[in-house]
Design a protein around this ligand. Structure first.
Ligand code: NAG
Ligand code: NAG
Length: 282
């Protein structure tokens, strides 16, 4: 039997609570209007007049970018194409804030990518769900979205809902209340890695390159928790009642994803949660 060759990195698209001083917004959707490079400057390449960004990672550094502003509600999106080398990885965020994550886990050659999502609210995470993607995310750009309003958080892949986290504060489940920033990063996750970190990054495959597009932001900017209330206004279309629940078509698509592609759900992990968290019982 042959050993698969692995390279480990992590990409994450997340909303994390980081307060960043704001600048005037423009309608233009180039990277510079809404985003800035957060780290690994010399591993970031701007393409097509800033309409596309390439993040790369080699043994010296990974790279990342984030939104200039923080947001209190919105329907956030990013078009992303993953590195085409066989690769793996996992991000880790152990901070005490609200966070919504898309994370891409390892890709053993010939096997589908795994997409992991997580929801942190008030510092509490450990709500992983994982699914196999039904397409090759390295072959083309795909759209990853997060809806966040007072009623629900929905993760979408190419407009298909793959995860719903409802506002269940009425039964004591915390729900994000702090402005969040959009971030994307590509970094070495080999200590976490697929298969529990057994295999290390093979740097002879470097540099690993991920591409991003879609830098306009449909979100309500908010500086801190004290002025997030204005982000719940019905004047923002993503707060409209159409976005309070999935419609029947979306619900069907969501059920289909759960049945066919989901391979891990913290809600049904009994060894880990003998008593499932309250949101899992609904
Ligand atoms: C959760 O829902 C309740 C009841 O609708 C609402 O009052 C509250 O503001 C919501 N919480 C958040 C953080 O959006
Ligand atoms: C790393 O990849 C190269 C090129 O594919 C291969 O020749 C080499 O054996 C790999 N190294 C390890 C430790 O797997």
């Amino acid at each position: 039997m042959e050993l698969s060759i692995f390279s480990f990195f992590a990409i994450c698209l997340l909303l994390g609570e980081v307060v960043v001083a704001g600048r005037a917004r423009a309608s233009d959707d180039s990277f510079d209007e809404n985003y800035y490079v957060t780290w690994g400057n010399n591993h970031v390449l701007s393409l097509n007049q800033g309409r596309e960004i390439q993040l790369s990672m080699d043994s010296s550094s990974g790279s990342g970018f984030g939104s200039k502003l923080s947001y209190g509600s919105g329907l956030f999106h990013m078009r992303t194409k993953l590195p085409d080398k066989d690769s793996a990885g996992l991000t880790s965020h152990t901070s005490n804030h609200d966070e919504l994550d898309f994370e891409f886990l390892g890709n053993r050659e010939g096997k589908p990518y795994t997409l992991q999502t997580n929801v942190f609210s008030n510092g509490q995470g450990n709500r992983e769900q994982r699914l196999h993607l039904w397409f090759d995310p390295t072959a083309d750009f795909h759209t990853y979205q997060i809806l966040w309003n007072q009623h629900q958080i929905v993760f979408y892949v190419d407009n298909i809902p793959i995860r719903v986290f409802k506002n269940n504060t009425n039964i004591g489940v915390s729900y994000p209340t702090q402005p969040m920033q959009i971030e994307a990063s590509l970094w070495d996750g080999d200590s976490w890695a697929t298969d529990g970190g057994q295999t290390k990054t093979n740097w002879s495959h470097a540099p690993f390159k991920a591409h991003f597009q879609g830098f306009n932001i449909d979100g309500c900017p908010a500086q801190d928790s004290s002025n997030i209330q204005q982000c719940y206004s019905s004047k923002f279309w993503w707060n409209g009642d159409k976005y309070w629940t999935l419609d029947s078509t979306q619900q069907k698509a969501y059920e289909n994803v759960k049945n066919k592609y989901m391979n891990y759900d913290y809600c049904s992990d009994r060894p880990r949660y003998p008593n499932p968290p309250p949101e899992c019982l609904l």
